[in-house]
Design a protein around this ligand. Structure first.
Ligand code: ADP
Length: 554
């Protein structure tokens, strides 16, 4: 597909330079364009910032007819249309919140034999719910004027992805109705199973797949323990590394966004917040301020980001756990689109895991953007989505807890890519640390901890279990008479952090589970450890063992 013998080659080169102002093509752009212009269905996995838009905008410009683009967010569509109109490429969009008369005018234009639009953007709801649009597309198709169908952010089709949108599921209808029109599905995040799901749901035939390394060599990754002074730490980090530069801070809740923005303002940063509870006009205002560099730092829920087209974002900080490795990779991908070195720092605490798990259990989609699009209201358990989310979360906790392996390696493995950590060149915290590691067999300790959870009736928190295990004689321990349990003090030789890591490994590996509940009227969250059936069926098997790596004190 990289050949330059295609008949449109000259036009491609010319328009890429003249209209889009690019001197050359980026990896896979030419290949994708050649494949889609040859009439094939194409699936493209390209990291954020890789230049996916060009792969359909350039063909749209040089092919006769109209390209239909399905894109999830109106703000993203508006941004694209603005760029296209600036480049003198006629484009329009249809969305449910436009005036009826405006919509009619666009639909009328589509019916005309001299339709001036080269691209028509629509949201997926529009395809799912507007018969008028489908009728117009049929008419375009009958006249041979429907050049191509583009599905942007195609991972939203799959409920195994991190951003499932039910309306995307309906898009399979397009291939059924317009069998011969080539479909181009684009995404920046998809594992093998998501890809399969997307190709199947969209009904793509003999699909050509392009995938590109997800490694972003200019991004520097770190996970930092989150303490009570986390906001001071963030302030210092920005001042020391990125003062007056542009960045995003992702927070778990709307309340957190506001708190973090306020603190950073007090510390002298130009910060604002952005979340789903704000009026659309307010959100648009913040986004404009950010585009014009009137504010440098946006403290936002994941509602902020898709379609962010700012090349000079120098840092992405996660104040709390992202929802999955895929989500994290995409959020970090908003940094350093211009190729310059940028930082991705995650503040991690195990208690955030408990908080998020609690949200999942409660199916509080409407209370936090974290779970929105996941649980779809309170149907937390439908279609195995809840289990999948919990699995994603545990995988994620295990990434954060891992203070040994290369972060790039850990992320890329998730996308099915092999990465030699020798090539990280100290661009992640783990590779940058000079450390001596020791691997220990901790099976005996692990079994004792699980036994202790069982012995004490599976109703205590991890910190209580650790206290008993390490031989504490605190009032709480005595109150429950746990100083007389046979395993009291069995782990007194262990450092608190060591015992705690082993306990967390037991949770990550699903031998123990943290059952979360709201403990009082103020809504604070507590958790109790329980033994899982995995333990009952497998862990007690003598051949199984648990090994953990620790940083040697030496
Ligand atoms: P994606 O959708 O993959 O995240 P975009 O299509 O938004 O990426 O492109 C990211 C940036 O890269 C944009 O600013 C775009 O103008 C720029 N870009 C795309 N292709 C090229 C190219 N061939 N040469 C130079 N810049 C490019």
């Amino acid at each position: 597909w990289s050949s330059s013998n295609f008949p449109w080659e000259k036009k491609l080169e010319e328009n890429n330079k003249k209209v889009f102002g690019n001197h050359s093509f980026r990896p896979n752009q030419r290949e994708v364009i050649n494949a889609t212009m040859s009439g094939y269905d194409v699936f493209v996995l390209m990291p954020t910032g890789g230049g996916k838009s060009l792969t359909y905008q350039l063909p749209a410009l040089i092919c006769p007819g109209i390209t239909l683009v399905i894109s999830p967010l109106v703000s993203l569509i508006q941004d694209q249309i603005m760029h296209l109109l600036q480049a003198n490429i006629p484009a329009a969009y249809l969305s449910a919140n436009m005036d009826w008369s405006e919509q009619q005018e666009i639909l009328r234009e589509l019916c005309s034999d001299y339709c001036r639009y080269k691209l028509l953007y629509v949201t997926p709801e529009k395809v799912a719910k507007s018969d008028a649009l489908l009728r117009n597309l049929e008419s375009l198709n009958a006249r041979g004027m429907l050049a191509r169908i583009v599905i942007d952010e195609a991972h939203c089709v799959s409920q195994w992805g991190h951003d499932f949108r039910p309306d995307y599921k309906e898009l399979g209808i397009l291939k059924k109705k317009f069998e011969k029109t080539p479909v181009l599905a684009l995404t920046a995040t998809a594992t093998a199973s998501v890809k399969e799901d997307v190709v199947q749901a969209l009904g793509l035939v003999n699909c050509i797949i392009f995938r590109q390394s997800f490694n972003r060599p200019n991004l520097w990754y770190a996970v930092i323990p989150k303490t009570k002074k986390c906001l001071d730490d963030i302030d210092t980090f920005i001042k020391e590394n990125h003062f007056d530069e542009c960045g995003i801070i992702y927070c778990l809740s709307r309340n957190d966004c506001e708190k973090v923005a306020e603190k950073l303002q007090q510390c002298g940063h130009k910060a604002a917040f952005y979340h789903g509870n704000m009026e659309a006009t307010q959100r648009a205002f913040v986004q404009r301020q950010w585009s014009k560099d009137e504010v440098n730092i946006i403290c936002a829920t994941v509602a902020f980001g898709m379609g962010i087209n700012k090349p000079d974002v120098r840092f992405v900080i996660h104040h709390s756990l992202p929802k999955s490795i895929e989500g994290y990779h995409q959020e970090c991908g908003r940094a350093g689109r211009d190729g310059a070195r940028s930082s991705c720092v995650l503040y991690y605490s195990y208690s955030d895991y408990i908080r998020v798990k609690h949200m999942l259990v409660q199916g509080q989609g409407e209370q936090s953007s974290w779970t929105s699009g996941y649980n779809r209201g309170n149907t937390a358990n439908s279609d195995g989505i809840f289990e999948k989310n919990t699995e994603n979360l545990l995988e994620w906790v295990s990434y954060c807890e891992n203070n040994v392996d290369c972060r790039r390696f850990l992320q890329l493995v998730h996308f099915g890519e092999k990465f030699d950590s020798g090539n990280c060149r100290k661009t992640c915290d783990n590779c940058a640390k000079m450390k001596t590691l020791v691997e220990k067999d901790v099976t005996v300790i692990a079994k004792q901890l699980v036994e202790l959870v069982k012995m004490t009736g599976q109703k205590y928190s991890s910190s209580h279990i650790l206290e008993v295990y390490r031989g504490s004689m605190s009032q709480v321990v005595k109150k429950h008479r746990h100083e007389s349990v046979s395993l009291h003090g069995a782990g007194k030789h262990l450092a608190k952090e060591e015992a705690s890591r082993i306990l967390r490994h037991l949770v990550i590996k699903d031998y123990l589970t943290e059952e979360v509940k709201k403990s009082d009227v103020y809504g604070s969250v507590s958790s109790v450890l329980k033994v899982t059936t995995v333990y009952i069926f497998t862990f007690s098997h003598p051949k199984l063992s648990l090994r953990c790596r620790f940083i040697s004190p030496a």
